[in-house]
Design a protein around this ligand. Structure first.
Ligand SMILES: [Mn+2]
Length: 120
């Protein structure tokens, strides 16, 4: 299953979520759409996510501690695809993860940041 979390409070979040949904439909991949905003309880969605699911984060980023919890939940997952143009939050999350053992736990994990790309 692919879980698509998209920022519910603005149009670029809705548009970005729709683009991901479009591609998953074209691929015939199962998906669930999750509108989410800052201040919402992200971990409440963890009951819907199994360790082998894929998660898309579109125009929205969890709190650093919640991002770490997501990565630990998805230790067997193929990928977390994180698409957000808000660099400050990305920097906060990456700084937080540097202080964890997640890189040792997940040697296949890779992170790249490309601020030359944008969505809607
Ligand atoms: Mn936005």
């Amino acid at each position: 299953m692919n879980h698509v979390f998209y920022h519910s409070a603005d149009l670029d979040g809705h548009c970005g979520g729709a683009v991901v949904r479009y591609h998953l439909e074209k691929l015939g991949e199962p998906y669930a759409m999750h509108p989410i905003d800052y201040g919402d309880d992200f971990r409440a969605h963890f009951l819907d996510i199994t360790p082998k699911d894929n998660v898309f984060l579109v125009d929205w980023s969890p709190e650093p501690e919640d991002f770490e919890a997501l990565l630990r939940l998805l230790v067997d997952s193929t990928k977390v695809i994180w698409l957000d143009h808000h660099e400050r939050r990305i920097t906060e999350v990456l700084d937080h993860l540097m202080g964890t053992d997640l890189n040792a736990d997940m040697p296949g994990n890779a992170t790249s940041f490309d601020d030359g790309l944008s969505g809607c």
